[in-house]
Design a protein around this ligand. Structure first.
Ligand code: SF4
Length: 433
């Protein structure tokens, strides 16, 4: 009889891949079946995110609810970034939690699951060459880690404190994992890392074959049966010409790129320790648009970072106007433990930060409507990877737009030409050509 596993994954794509790894490891020990019913579960895992305060606050109320709903014999485990930085404190505040597993200790899931109140949160633990078992939530969507951790020290960001220093995964292991995923039905891969274009700076083994990100992209492109490569997240600082030329000229690399801005003000970028200026950022975006006019650019923006003046915010709005991003993930600054900016004195008034966020999001929504409206009648090659209700199938165009068509599972794992018949800000509808 297989046990039932309820796993909730919060946060980023790296957390999604960590959850897949945990499921793979658990199933290597004994069979587990996924359930979305707490009351049926034998094991409940909350894979947490700490990038902002809200998800952390929500965690403890959720533990309380799950504890009431669960079977008496069921176990609750907390994994991910909040586990890394709160550790023992989670068990002190919620003794119903059976184990705590940090974001860099995923491979230890089978050790902690049977150890009452186990806490494994070593952020120096090196899993970069660990051979995880095979499990993918969706065989047509292959996400592959290329590095763990981050070597930057952006003053607003908790990730280095929860995921540790950056170590690159050897290219031979990455090529091996992608080859397996292609054999499993995936034609597209999403490469994951905190700073993918910083790849190759450090491997566990100093004698590991040297390879930078451009070299890795070239190696992966040779994998037979793989048709599309996506990656997240690159860092603007490391967007050298060689990388951007490879991005533009390599036919397998999807023409969609995430360039996280954070702020348009050079003074604020300095206080954030981002390492680049407004001019550099604009220069890189212009280079992308020159080399690859059809490419779409998405970004991350924080408003209300300590010390942000009206002029600083106008700089951010100026970049928004100049680059016309296809997608913007924007948030109000949230002070995080273990970060420098949380101690900065000149915190911005909450109301002002909200007003700035609203203005930025409203303006971007206007732009997005204009950009998506222009898609009507256009044709895209779409990779279909998800069945949807009402006889629809979802996929992504080469430049990353979400596209729906009428169809069945026969379309899954295929790349087909689609003509756009209806547009909205979030997605496009079309018909097969
Ligand atoms: S690059 Fe900066 S924002 Fe990104 S994960 Fe590292 S510290 Fe955080």
């Amino acid at each position: 009889m297989s046990k039932k596993l309820f796993i909730e994954t919060l946060g980023c794509a790296m957390n999604v891949r960590d959850s897949e790894h945990m499921i793979a490891q658990l199933n290597q020990k004994e069979p587990y079946e996924l359930t979305d019913k707490i009351e049926d579960a034998d094991l409940i895992i909350i894979n947490t995110c700490s990038v902002r305060e809200k998800p952390v606050a929500k965690l403890f109320s959720e533990i309380g609810v799950f504890n009431k709903q669960k079977k008496p014999t069921a176990k609750i485990g907390v994994a991910g970034c909040t586990a890394s930085h709160l550790g023992e404190e989670i068990i002190k505040r919620a003794p119903s939690v059976d184990f705590v597993l940090g974001a860099r200790n995923v491979s230890k899931i089978t050790e902690v699951v049977d150890k009452k109140h186990a806490v494994e949160i070593d952020i120096d633990y090196d899993e970069s060459t660990y051979a995880f078992g095979e499990y993918r939530t969706n065989p047509f969507k292959a996400m592959v880690n290329i590095s763990i951790g981050c070597d930057k020290s952006c003053t607003f960001c908790i990730v280095p404190a929860t995921r540790g220093d950056e170590i690159s995964i050897p290219s031979r292991l990455i090529v091996g994992e992608i080859t397996k995923a292609v054999l499993g039905g995936a034609k597209e891969v999403m490469l994951l890392g905190q700073n993918v274009n910083h790849y190759g700076r450090r491997f566990s083994d100093v004698n590991e074959e040297a390879c930078d990100f451009t070299g890795l992209l070239q190696k992966i492109s040779k994998i037979e049966g793989l048709e599309r490569i996506r990656f997240t997240s690159p860092h603007p600082l490391h967007m050298d010409d060689a990388f951007l030329e490879e991005f533009a000229s390599n036919p397998k690399i999807c023409k969609q790129i995430h360039v996280p801005l954070q702020s348009g003000s050079t003074a604020l970028l300095k206080a954030m320790k981002r390492g680049y200026s407004k001019e550099w950022f604009l220069n890189r975006c212009e280079k992308i648009r020159t080399l690859c006019p059809e490419a779409t650019i998405s970004t991350d923006i924080i408003v209300g970072f300590p010390g942000e003046s009206d002029e600083d915010f106008e700089d951010t709005m100026d970049v928004l106007e100049k680059v016309r991003f296809d997608q913007v993930f924007s948030f109000k600054y949230s002070p995080r433990p273990h970060t420098e900016a949380a101690t900065f004195e000149n915190q911005v008034d909450e109301k002002i930060a909200s007003q700035r966020l609203t203005r930025l999001q409203d303006r971007h929504m206007q732009m997005l409507s204009e950009m998506m409206d222009e898609q009507l009648g256009k044709e895209h090659w779409v990779y279909f990877d998800e069945l949807k209700p009402n006889g629809r199938v979802a996929g992504r165009s080469d430049d990353g737009k979400l596209v729906f068509v009428k169809g069945s599972e026969e379309l899954l794992g295929k790349i087909k030409k689609v003509r756009i018949t209806h547009t909205s800000r979030a997605a496009l509808d079309g018909e097969l050509v």
